[in-house]
Design a protein around this ligand. Structure first.
Ligand code: ZN
Length: 196
């Protein structure tokens, strides 16, 4: 079942999410929510979705970055972004360790702010401690685009959106981005939009 995605302005995106209790993890209700979130993410399509984005104020997120989503990016763009396919997985009650200064900036968007993108500085590498869908402890080491996705989704669990972190002068509609910004070099974009 496709779920309705909360849009910027809705309180659930700002209020923060509560941790899941162990009795909830692995329950039929939670597994059904995860399956519906997966369907919603693929339909969008997107590479990550946090439970508050579907109206559930709980610390749950899913990630999936499929190779087919990379078709409209050039090889050098994928390399610059350190973007590689990531298999579908679930993270519950995540705790993030930022392992490098947030000094890598690329355009990113959010399913809760459809039609817009902006340059957002993120750390290149992070470590996340969490539980998987079955309640087992997992530790994820992530670099590049995967680290960006995790920072974006875990921000959602704390009521933070990318617009709180973006270089605001880079904020753009996707149509204007496609027309004017997509082809420009990373060096050129950094020069134009990096705050003084
Ligand atoms: Zn988002």
């Amino acid at each position: 079942m496709k779920l309705k995605i909360a849009g910027v302005g809705e309180a659930v995106l700002r209020d923060g999410a509560r941790p899941l209790r162990s009795a909830e993890i692995g329950s039929g209700a939670l597994d059904a929510l995860i399956e519906h979130m997966r369907e919603t993410l693929r339909d969008a399509p997107g590479v990550g979705l946090a439970a508050p984005q579907v109206g559930e104020a709980i610390q749950l997120l899913i990630v999936e970055d499929k190779a087919e989503y990379h078709a409209n990016l050039k090889v050098e763009q994928l390399q610059e972004r350190e973007r590689r396919p990531i298999d579908f997985h679930v993270l519950i009650n995540p705790v993030i360790e930022i392992l490098s200064t947030p000094d890598v900036s690329f355009f990113e968007g959010c399913l809760s702010l459809p039609g817009f993108v902006a340059m957002v500085p993120r750390a290149r590498s992070v470590r996340v401690h969490a539980l998987d869908q079955t309640g087992k402890s997992v530790q994820v080491e992530a670099e590049g685009w995967y680290a960006r996705i995790l920072q974006h989704e875990i921000d959602h669990l704390n009521g933070t959106l990318y617009i709180d972190r973006m270089w605001s002068r880079s904020f753009s509609s996707i149509s204007q981005y496609d027309r004017h910004l997509k082809q420009r070099s990373q060096a050129d974009l950094l020069h134009e939009f990096r705050p003084a």
